[in-house]
Design a protein around this ligand. Structure first.
Ligand SMILES: Nc1ncnc2c1ncn2[C@@H]1O[C@H](COP(=O)(O)OP(=O)(O)OP(=O)(O)O)[C@@H](O)[C@H]1O
Ligand SMILES: [Mg+2]
Length: 216
């Protein structure tokens, strides 16, 4: 669950997001819509604690994450979140297995468990068998599937996707949306930014529309 209660977060005066309130329930997929510069990434950054809020509250699974700014709480917050980006952010000199295993190695999980968890994650995104491929040997859609596997490999309750289909053609974008929607079936929460209204319109999901950092 993600809840914004009148959140304002600024980079400098009059630049940022202002008085944002919304809620994403467990098992829900919600979109953040708006043109370039509207504040979509900024909303996601406040959840990921890349940007401190000036006022208002952000709740993740009923916990107020906007209160403390200690490093411990940043890392424990991030442990509950899987992030997906437009440019995939894969390590091109590591193979698919190592890319997906990365968050698990950082978390100190045993290699035996890592093996199972990576296999499960690759299964979920229909990329089994690609363990030893390198990112640049894959298509854009395949690379995004790998980055989704990496985001969900430690079973986070929350997935944040920042324009995940921005570099993909319409058919592939739809497949990526299917994957994200599947992910909500087990009670996880997905918040995805996009400027592509025709892509999300047929899904009939809740969306938050932003203009110049404000909800419209
Ligand atoms: N690190 C930063 N420092 C200062 N201003 C920033 C910073 N990052 C973003 N901004 C400004 O904040 C506003 C919102 O930016 P944001 O990146 O959230 O937009 P966006 O909706 O994600 O746009 P896009 O569709 O281009 O990704 C813009 O005016 C932008 O210039
Ligand atoms: Mg953005």
């Amino acid at each position: 669950m993600i809840k914004f209660d009148n959140v304002t977060a600024t980079y400098k005066k009059n630049i940022g997001i202002f008085n944002i309130s919304f809620e994403v329930e467990p098992g829900e997929l919600v979109f953040i819509m708006g043109p370039t510069g509207a504040g979509k990434s900024t909303i996601l950054k406040t959840i990921y604690k890349d940007l401190q809020v000036d006022s208002g509250k952000i709740f993740l699974n009923n916990e107020d994450i906007s209160l403390s700014s200690s490093n411990l709480s940043i890392s424990s917050t991030r442990n509950e979140i899987g992030m997906i980006f437009q440019d995939f952010k894969l390590l091109n000199d590591r193979n698919v297995y190592d890319n997906v295993a990365l968050p698990l190695r950082i978390a100190g999980i045993s290699s035996k468990n890592i093996k199972h968890m990576v296999r499960d994650a690759l299964n979920k995104v229909n990329m089994s068998g690609y363990e030893f491929s390198y990112p640049l040997e894959l298509s854009g859609g395949e690379q995004q599937r790998i980055s989704i596997a990496r985001a969900l490999v430690n079973n986070p309750k929350i997935i944040l996707a920042d324009e995940p289909t921005g570099n993909l053609d319409p058919n592939i974008s739809d497949e990526i949306l299917d994957l994200l929607e599947n992910f909500t079936a087990n009670g996880s929460t997905v918040l995805m930014s996009t400027h592509n209204f025709p892509l999300i319109k047929p899904r009939n999901k809740k969306f938050i529309e932003l203009s110049k950092g404000r909800m419209v």
